[in-house]
Design a protein around this ligand. Structure first.
Ligand SMILES: [Zn+2]
Length: 158
C-alpha cells in the first residue's frame, strides 16, 4: 500500500499482529482501527492541513473478514479525511466533526451493506439498522468507551 507520501492521499494502511489495550493485554476480537488527524504543523500552500490518517488491520484477517473490516475502517478514514479537508488557517469546520456514535453508525452501516452483498447479512443482523448499531455500541464499550461515544472525535477547538 505504501505510505502517505507515496500516494499523497493522506491515508496509510498497515497490518498488526494483535491489538493491545493500554495495559499491553491482547484484545482478541479487535480487527482494525483508524486514527490520526494531520501531520503536525504541516500546511499546504493554501493553508490546508495535510491529513495523516492511519488504518491498522489485524494481519491474520482473510476473505470476507478482511474486506468487511477494510470497508468499516475505510468509512472512518473517509469521515476523518472530510474533517481535515474542512480545516484551514482560521480553524476547522466543526459541523464535520462527527461523534464517536455517528462515525460508528456510518462504519457499521457500510459494513452491514458489505455483509449483505455477500449473502451474510443474516449473520450480522446486530448491525442491520441504526437502532441495532446503537444497541451493539452500548453492549461493546471496547469499540468506543461509552463516556466518549457522544463526544466529537476531534478536539472541538481545532
Ligand atoms: Zn469503528
Amino acid at each position: 500500500m505504501g505510505t502517505s507520501e507515496d500516494t499523497n492521499n493522506g491515508v496509510t494502511i498497515s497490518f498488526v499482529k494483535n491489538f493491545r489495550n493500554n495495559k499491553g493485554r491482547v484484545i482478541p476480537d479487535k480487527q482494525g482501527d483508524t486514527g490520526g488527524l494531520s501531520a503536525a504543523g504541516q500546511f499546504t500552500a493554501n493553508g490546508k492541513y495535510v491529513p495523516d490518517i492511519q488504518i491498522r488491520l489485524k494481519g491474520t484477517l482473510t476473505g470476507d473478514e478482511l474486506a468487511a473490516t477494510l470497508v468499516h475502517e475505510g468509512s472512518h478514514a473517509v469521515d476523518r479525511v472530510a474533517f481535515v479537508a474542512g480545516c484551514g488557517v482560521s480553524g476547522c469546520n466543526q459541523s464535520l466533526n462527527l461523534t464517536g456514535r455517528q462515525t460508528e453508525e456510518r462504519a457499521y452501516g457500510v459494513e452491514y451493506d458489505y455483509w449483505q452483498s455477500v449473502g451474510l447479512g443474516g449473520e450480522h443482523s446486530y448491525i442491520s439498522s441504526q437502532r441495532q448499531i446503537d444497541i451493539f455500541l452500548g453492549l461493546h464499550p471496547e469499540v468506543c468507551p461509552l463516556k466518549y461515544l457522544d463526544n466529537p472525535i476531534f478536539p472541538p477547538n481545532l
